[in-house]
Design a protein around this ligand. Structure first.
Ligand code: GLA
Length: 401
């Protein structure tokens, strides 16, 4: 998938040689560690990947938007007017770009005319690699360009990430945190972003994995109820935080707590489910900080550092499985199969969970062996094929031409 295929698709759908057609691209993301910590005021460590969403658009003279996705061609062209920007009753991919336009307008940006646009992506949809945030940021980047909003610098990109998050929260109705949009808007080739979600301060950490590759394993399990369960987890964490405050602990978010403080106060959270959710949020944040320390360039001890990094990935998965309860049978089976392979230094689910993808740190020399063994074992246990992809950290959202 390239700029040319996207332009060709645009021409096929909307025709004409008049008017400038702009092309933007926004990647997907993978999270190395720091899961379900973003909305708890903790740290995350994602990177943008090289797969993503291409968008080609041309301004119109009126207030109409016509949107087409090459990924769901049977849905045809979605058409709506700037004067009717409500979410559609079913679940419709076009709600993401529509929501972005709406949120930009609500924020006072002069999006004053409609456009025709096509989208074309090579991210697997609904696999937990942020295909929706990718559509949001391709659209945001496009709006910035078409309407001269000047959001290309660092502050502008952070603003776009926040507007993308607001689209999810207010328009789509998923109370997600900032991680996905931030990684996609600010991603850097070759680096992962160590982001403090409480302050939005971040550091680009070179993703140097020595003799290992970062492997994405798609469980191809549908992400059922992902949105509603996600919101439920978020509420459970809020209840846990409230219990700690009621007991007299002055704390702004679970991300502020270290392990010792949490252990000392955790009995104040009476509901055992909320206590487990909070424990995950607190310990996962500490693991994320520890993992980044291991990867920073100036630390010594190559292979051993990566082994310790891998062990943190494993601990993260177990916590998501038993304390946070967001993994599910397919992801557990996939990750456990990965753990059993000699070339694997660590593996865990990535993203929101409830199906979707896992990642593994795999010695390059043993990659083929790894893929064969995990694929076979996963198929045997679940009846599903697993898809593998070696990935590197890619560049964030941008105008292509
Ligand atoms: C989804 C959300 C993110 C984050 C992850 C879990 O991807 O969009 O904000 O909460 O789940 O870490």
């Amino acid at each position: 998938m390239t700029e040319e295929t996207t332009r060709a698709l645009f021409k096929k759908i909307f025709g004409g040689d008049t008017g400038e057609v702009v092309v933007t691209f926004a990647p997907g993301r993978v999270n190395l560690i720091g899961e379900h910590t973003d909305y708890n005021g903790g740290h995350v460590f994602p990177c943008a990947i090289t797969l993503g969403t291409w968008m080609a658009a041309r301004l119109r003279q009126d207030r109409t938007f016509r949107l087409y996705s090459g990924n769901v061609p049977h849905q045809g062209i979605a058409t709506f007017s700037m004067d009717h920007m409500e979410r559609s009753p079913g679940s419709d991919w076009a709600d993401y770009p529509k929501g972005v336009v709406r949120i930009f307008r609500d924020a006072g940006f002069p999006v004053t005319r409609g456009f025709d646009a096509v989208y074309l992506g090579d991210l697997p949809t609904g696999a937990g690699l942020s295909s929706s945030a990718s559509i949001e940021l391709a659209t945001a980047t496009m709006l910035s360009d078409l309407f001269g909003l000047g959001l290309e610098d660092q502050a502008g990109r952070i603003r776009m990430a926040l507007l993308g998050k607001e689209t999810e929260n207010r328009f789509i109705g998923v109370q997600s945190g900032i991680m996905d949009q931030f990684a996609i808007a600010l991603g850097r080739a070759g680096a992962a972003l160590f982001l403090d979600c409480a302050t939005l301060r971040y550091e680009e950490v070179p993703l140097e994995l020595g003799d290992c590759d970062l492997v994405i394993m798609n469980s191809n399990a549908p992400r059922e109820l992902a949105g509603s369960k996600y919101n439920e987890r978020r509420e459970e964490c809020e209840r846990a935080l409230q219990s700690l405050r009621n007991a007299g602990l002055a704390v702004g978010s679970l991300g502020e707590l270290d392990e010792a403080t949490f252990e000392a106060w955790s009995s104040a959270i009476e509901d055992p489910i909320c206590r487990r959710r909070a424990r995950h949020a607190v310990l996962e944040n500490r693991r994320t900080i520890a993992a980044v320390r291991l990867l920073r360039r100036n630390e010594s001890g190559g292979a051993e550092r990566l082994r310790r990094f891998g062990a943190l990935l494993n601990a993260s998965h177990l916590s998501l499985q038993f304390d946070y309860d967001v993994t599910g049978r397919d992801l557990d089976c996939l990750v456990e199969s990965a753990w059993q392979q000699r070339p694997c230094l660590g593996a865990r689910m990535t993203g929101g969970g409830f199906g979707g993808c896992a990642i593994a740190l795999v010695e390059r020399s043993g990659y083929e062996e790894f893929v064969e063994a995990v694929g076979k074992s996963y198929l045997g246990f679940t009846g599903r094929e697993c898809t593998f992809l070696r990935t590197t950290a890619g560049e964030g959202a941008r105008r292509i031409s």
